[in-house]
Design a protein around this ligand. Structure first.
Ligand code: M6R
Length: 364
């Protein structure tokens, strides 16, 4: 049932191109984006003036990506909150607030409680889940299903990409309803989004450097993941994945925060994993890499194919195809998943069933 792969996690990582394609299928109708399951007219969508994304763990990280996209394209202020915090706060909710609850399993206790609370307070709630008819699907006003199919490994991979793609569609839909993007821009973005399926295939076929990079981390006691913008969100997911399955302590920071504390950790051979893809903040990220390198860090860079200059600042470079920054979370996540898994295997860990963790967290 592992389809020839040594573990479910690797199998699921390799399913991601299909997940992207299936999640996008049928969404562009006569050149317009459609998500009928949301049950909201373009006029109602246009009224939304605040978005909360609520989720836990990896799904929360998909929310961080969504914030960049919803604010960037639709220009709606967006907060991302851990469901376990949201439910015990007194968030500002009005009838024009949209709450987006993201949950692979659709049964995470804190996320469900947050949905109930938001609805009582009058918000419109969209669920994004992987499980048909799950409590999150049933209790939300509308739902988008990520088409990951059953995910078995405890560490989320393919459902994470499905969530990002679904949230990207939602961001485009909001931008469309608000008239913030022209129809031809939306069509172009949709095409580029669809192209990420092939780009992920390419990454999976060219992942040799991941093994070398993993070897440089396998004996470490701790690792830092850094990036800026989209890269900062992905760094957080990279660190979570690594600590979950390899039991290696990992932390993520926005790269610009390094000199405000974490750089004190760096000594000879300390692994720093940098999301350094071409983006408007690329140069800034490179200078943060140099600062870590000067203090002896072993640098692993996720970089854009064709960027030869980066080799001067990194010990290992894992290349990924060039994509628009908005879609870099989809592509850059994949080498980080592979890296976490390879390190875990090298450390002799059970990657599918990490200690102390369960696939769905139905108690608080
Ligand atoms: O089913 P959910 O998406 O609501 O689960 C949320 C988290 O428990 C989950 O993402 C967890 O962090 C995973 N183990 C991540 O790999």
């Amino acid at each position: 049932e592992k389809g020839g792969y040594p573990d479910f996690m690797l199998k699921e990582i390799h399913e991601q191109p299909r997940v992207i394609r299936d999640t996008l299928a049928g969404r562009l109708v006569n050149g317009r984006l459609e998500i009928d399951e949301l049950g909201m007219s373009p006029e109602e969508l246009d009224l939304i003036d605040r978005v909360y994304v609520i989720a836990c763990g990896t799904s929360y990280h998909a929310g961080l990506v969504a914030k960049e996209l919803i604010e960037g394209w639709a220009r709606i202020p967006t907060e991302v909150e851990a469901a376990s915090e949201f439910r015990y706060r007194n968030p500002i909710i009005t009838p024009t607030t949209l709450v987006v609850a993201v949950s692979q399993s659709g049964e995470t206790a804190d996320t469900l409680a947050a949905i109930r609370d938001a609805r009582v307070k009058g918000a419109r709630v969209f669920g994004i889940t992987n499980v048909l008819g799950s409590p999150v699907a049933r209790e939300s006003d509308g739902v988008i299903y990520t088409k990951a199919n059953k995910e078995i490994a405890v560490a989320s991979t393919k459902s994470f990409l499905g969530q990002i793609v679904s949230l990207t569609l939602l961001a485009l839909l909001l931008a469309q309803a608000k008239g913030k993007l022209k129809m031809n821009q939306i069509r172009l973005l949709f095409r580029e989004l669809a192209d990420t399926a092939e780009q992920v295939e390419w990454i999976l076929a060219h992942a040799d450097e991941v093994n070398e990079a993993a070897r440089a981390c396998a004996e470490a006691r701790s690792a830092l993941f850094v990036g800026r913008g989209m890269g900062a969100a992905i760094a957080r997911e990279g660190a979570l994945k690594l600590k979950e399955i390899s039991y290696l302590h990992a932390e993520a920071y926005p790269a610009g925060e390094m000199k405000h504390g974490p750089i004190a950790l760096i000594d000879e051979g300390f692994p720093v994993i940098v999301v350094a893809t071409k983006s408007p903040v690329y140069d800034k990220t490179v200078s943060n890499m140099q600062e870590s390198k000067a203090r002896g860090a072993t640098i692993i860079a996720i970089a854009t194919e064709g960027d030869e200059d980066i080799k001067a600042h990194a010990d290992h470079v894992i290349y990924i195809p060039k994509v628009r920054d908005a879609f870099s979370a989809i592509t850059a996540s994949v080498p980080l998943q592979l890296l976490a898994r390879t390190i875990a295997v090298m450390r002799g860990c059970d990657v599918d069933q990490p200690r102390n963790l369960a696939k769905s967290v139905t108690v608080e």
